[in-house]
Ligand binder design. Structure first.
Ligand code: C5P
Length: 310
């Protein structure tokens, strides 16, 4: 078994980042998670994850955003590979190489994306033939956003974000993402959200039907007023400069701006490609951000690609 395993060719999977078009945060549950109602969109900012048979378990990370990714057993991709290996009858260790394009600790689910990619890659490497639903179930054990990044597109998330339902969305939207400096930890942003809300009871989150019909229109002008993130005030409270970034983006022509997930990346919706280029240039020149990325969404979730040539 071991020699067959070590002869298997490496598998590479490309996986997108995400933003939340709507992130409604409900009450804190007994398990420490918050009840969510969210609408995810996968966007064309990618990580490439290569899984190869190896003598020992390991992970390495490359790219502009590599710093800050844990390389020990806390690494979500490594945990994903070990979980699938357990299901496959422990075929042997793998090494995981991650080429980062998704900002680290940015609120775009980079760690969850790598876990989603690793699940898909390991399923292929060991020829397990797992169903999409089976992969999503394993993904949910690793993180609330992992199931969505396996399927991608635009989808509604409930529960703690892991229960998915399809959303009918037309067209392609253009985004500009304002990055850094610094990152925010997801648990501390949720904790700040609770602190700001105080002791008053929080209702269960209810998805906004107007957002759903805006997505069916395919028109960014109609979508813009419905973008909402209940974690935004908490992210701005922990990192006040995000208020300046949001203000600058709107001043330079964005249709809407919102903190992406738990932040600190800020997502701006623009009308079309040219408007995105103009906004990216203006934000960079203003000095309120360290980096910008342009992207479109929705895009596909984790999918196999030919091995990268370096
Ligand atoms: O599921 P994930 O690993 O992304 O969650 C990271 C942390 O974010 C959780 O440990 C929890 O503190 C917070 N969280 C939450 N409610 C959710 C999702 C995440 O409180 N629905």
């Amino acid at each position: 078994m071991t020699s067959a395993h070590s002869d298997l060719p490496p598998v590479t999977v490309r996986v997108p980042g995400k933003l939340n078009l709507e992130l409604l945060v409900g009450p804190l549950r007994a398990d420490g998670f918050h009840a969510l109602s969210t609408v995810y969109q996968a966007v064309s900012v990618h990580d490439d994850v290569t899984v190869a048979p190896a003598d020992e378990w390991g992970v390495s990370v490359y790219g502009d955003h590599a710093e800050g990714v844990p390389l020990d057993e806390d690494n979500l991709a490594l945990r994903a590979a070990r979980l699938v290996a357990g299901l496959a009858g422990d075929p042997g260790p793998v090494h995981i190489s991650i080429r980062k394009g998704i900002p680290v600790a940015g609120g775009m689910a980079g760690g969850s994306a790598d876990a989603a990619a690793t699940l898909v890659a390991c399923d292929h490497l060991w020829d397990l033939g797992m169903s999409r639903e089976g992969l999503e179930r394993v993904g949910a054990e690793l993180g609330s956003d992992v199931p969505f990044l396996i399927s991608g597109g635009t989808a509604m998330g409930s529960g703690r974000g892991e229960l998915l339902a399809p959303v009918l969305a037309r067209g392609s939207y253009h985004w500009v993402f304002a990055l850094g400096p610094g990152g925010l930890s997801t648990p501390s942003v949720y904790a700040e959200c609770d602190r700001l809300r105080g002791s008053s009871p929080v209702p269960d989150p209810v998805p906004n039907a107007e957002l759903m019909s805006a997505l069916r229109s395919g028109d960014p002008h109609i979508l813009a007023p419905h973008l909402v993130n209940d974690l935004q005030d908490a992210a701005v409270s922990l990192m006040p400069r995000l208020g300046d970034v949001l203000e600058a983006g709107m001043e330079y022509g964005a249709l809407a701006g919102l903190v992406s997930g738990s932040g600190p990346t800020v997502a701006f919706l623009v009308e079309e490609v040219e408007a995105g280029i103009d906004l990216a240039v203006a934000l960079t020149a203003s000095g309120v951000v360290t980096d910008v990325r342009r992207a479109t969404g929705p895009v596909h979730g984790a999918h196999l690609i030919p091995a990268p040539v370096d």
